[in-house]
Design a protein. Structure first.
Length: 372
């Protein structure tokens, strides 16, 4: 998972004498069969060497070679896209494997080019997961099916609650007040940590887990500003692994996102009939893609549609007719929807994949909000 603190450090780099080469590459195997991305990276590197002025090329030639070697030396397991930032002059090499598609581009500047990776952080939900007991809390951040454990809060010597009889009962109320004070102090420490991580990691919502009695205690004593961000709760032992935590939290997150996407689809359908700022159905979506008007693309998760793609200008079609732009013979593809998604991202739009049982299925299975 991308660490936002690390991205902030990169963003704080002040322009100096060093150049930075930033590469974003779409490596989705569905739209890059048989390692087609390798051809694209070679073309991007060639274009950079031909377009840069002599001084800049001399400064970054070692970085371009490092990037070329990175893809050529061994086969790698990628996700949807990859980001590489290289500056030999600044002794910097960063690589990020992203679970979301992004526009393929190579940028040479005096600072790292971070806009695409920041857009992914903004467009894909980032959640804080708090696993809490009466004396301990573990804090995780999850996004796009990945999870990282970021912090822990331990409050030592919190006494347990014991029912006592006889003369011990005379001091039980005092003992309980003492225990309440310790638990309240622990919750406040957890609150501080949660608020800090919510801000630093740009997490918008919270999922709470832990033993059942601890979940109730944490939720009850949370301040309203945090409680209103809680979208669900799950039972788990404090020693649960990050994989187990992710599995439990993902059930809650998926349901929350499903409801949010239902509202988004309702808005899309309304916009289609209200002000023509939306389209439904694959033919209209393809047309808007070619006109570069897509702001947000919405696709049924189970939607597959064969079609045709031009080998010259990569124009898309659902019919085998010659390309309407350059007249070339088009080739058949089984992944027309994936190519539409890739094009939308390349043009600066965002993509929402929605559950198959949503209202989008009845409305054409694919649609888009338009820029104008």
């Amino acid at each position: 998972m991308v660490d936002l603190d690390e991205i902030r450090d990169l963003a704080s780099i002040y322009p100096g004498s060093a150049h930075y080469v930033t590469l974003y590459l779409n490596v989705d195997p569905l739209t890059n069969p048989a390692g087609e991305y390798a051809i694209r990276i070679n073309n991007m590197l060639k274009d950079a060497r031909e377009s840069l002025d002599k001084k800049t090329l001399k400064d970054v030639s070692a970085d371009l070679e490092l990037i070329s070697d990175y893809f050529a030396t061994e086969k790698r397991e990628f996700k949807k896209s990859v980001c590489i930032i290289s500056s030999k002059a600044a002794n910097l090499w960063k690589e990020y494997h992203l679970a979301a598609p992004t526009k393929s581009e190579l940028v040479v500047e005096k600072t790292p080019h971070l806009d695409p990776i920041l857009d992914i952080m903004d467009n894909y939900g980032r959640y804080l997961v708090v696993l809490a007991s009466k004396d301990r809390a573990r804090i995780f951040v999850t996004q796009m099916g990945e999870v990282t454990e970021y912090g822990e809060v331990k409050s030592e010597d919190i006494p347990g609650r014991h029912a006592k009889g006889g003369w011990f009962a005379l001091s039980q109320d005092r003992y309980d007040r003492h225990t309440d004070w310790h638990e309240g102090f622990h919750i406040k420490e957890v609150e501080k940590k949660v608020e800090s991580f919510m801000d630093r990691q740009k997490a918008g919502k919270i999922v709470i887990g832990g033993p059942e009695e601890s979940i109730a205690m944490v939720t009850e004593k949370m301040p309203p500003v945090l409680r209103e961000k809680v979208i669900g709760r799950f039972r788990a032992e404090m020693f649960a692994t990050p994989v187990e935590i992710l599995a439990a939290a993902s059930i809650i997150i998926k349901e929350y996102e499903r409801a949010a996407k239902d509202r988004m689809i309702e808005d899309l359908i309304a916009r289609v009939y209200k002000d023509n700022r939306g389209v439904l159905g694959i033919e209209d979506v393809i047309l808007m893609t070619e006109e570069k008007r897509i702001q947000k693309l919405m696709v049924d998760s189970d939607y597959e549609q064969p079609g045709y793609i031009c080998p010259n200008c990569r124009a898309l079609s659902i019919t085998p007719d010659p390309c309407r732009f350059c007249g070339a013979k088009t080739g058949r593809t089984s992944h027309l929807v994936d190519f539409i998604m890739e094009k939308a991202v390349e043009q600066g739009g965002s993509v929402e994949v929605v559950p198959g049982e949503s209202k989008l299925r009845e409305a054409g299975r694919i649609g888009a909000l338009l820029r104008y």
